[in-house]
Design a protein around this ligand. Structure first.
Ligand code: ADE
Length: 232
């Protein structure tokens, strides 16, 4: 699988993608992560990528020229059927674990990091397959959201994690939040690990974990148990 990330802050992206599981997955040949500097696709000597919005208003908008050139370069021209171009924007569809699982089966993803007040709409209309938001809040740009997509997808590629179990038995895959975990020592500052976990009785441990997962989900995310609230 290949990712291309288009950004005006390449170091922000490589600062994360060159570490931990993302680094290991690249070294193992499971994923190729390339970062393109949008300014390299600017036609002028100032390497400008943004301008003021038509119609007036605050801030700057990313211009179509550099973005068209960068996307065409990264995704190939014409676009190959196996590639998806994603724009990170607060106006996008909310990213979920389900979408991450879907993307883990795509061969090539181009992530376009938005900046400033937005991106020229002609880019979105003609070059972008999907607009994605990571939640109902506004960040200063699309780099952190792009890293969220990258991280959530790469860890689902078979072989990226130490064992398959660690991505299957976890929050969201089961529809519930995760049960609490403990490690040594069995007692720390007077706080004891629940006796059941030291019992060695796997059936009892399984039942205890299921109950704690349900309890945690009802407390923090009741809508995951009850389903979405229907509005008339
Ligand atoms: N850019 C700024 N805020 C964002 C968000 N919540 N999701 C994706 N891209 C963004």
């Amino acid at each position: 699988m290949r990712f291309d990330i288009i950004t005006i802050f390449p170091e922000l992206v490589t600062g994360v993608s060159d570490h931990g599981i993302l680094r290991r997955a690249q070294q193992a040949g499971l994923v190729q992560i390339r970062v393109a500097n949008l300014r390299d696709f600017a036609p002028d000597r100032h390497r400008s990528v943004d301008d003021r919005p038509y119609g007036g208003g605050e801030g700057m908008v990313l211009m179509p020229g550099p973005l068209f050139a960068a996307i065409e370069f990264c995704r190939g021209e014409p676009q190959s059927p196996g590639s998806r171009v994603v724009l990170l924007t607060p106006q996008g569809k909310t990213w979920t674990q389900e979408m991450a699982a879907e993307f883990a089966r795509v061969s090539h993803v181009v992530l376009v990091c938005g900046r400033y007040e937005g991106v020229d709409q002609r880019v979105t209309d003609t070059m972008v397959d999907l607009e994605v938001s990571i939640g109902d809040f506004v960040l200063t740009g699309g780099e952190i959201p792009a890293l969220v997509i990258l991280d959530t997808v790469v860890r689902l590629i078979p072989g990226a994690l130490g064992s398959l179990e660690s991505s299957r038995n976890e929050s969201f895959s089961s529809g519930l939040l995760d049960y609490p975990q403990y490690t040594r020592p069995a007692e720390f500052r007077g706080l004891r690990v629940p006796d059941v976990l030291l019992s060695g009785d796997h059936a009892v441990i399984q039942r205890w974990r299921k109950e704690r997962a349900l309890e945690k989900t009802l407390k923090n995310r009741p809508e995951l148990v009850a389903g979405p609230v229907c509005r008339k």
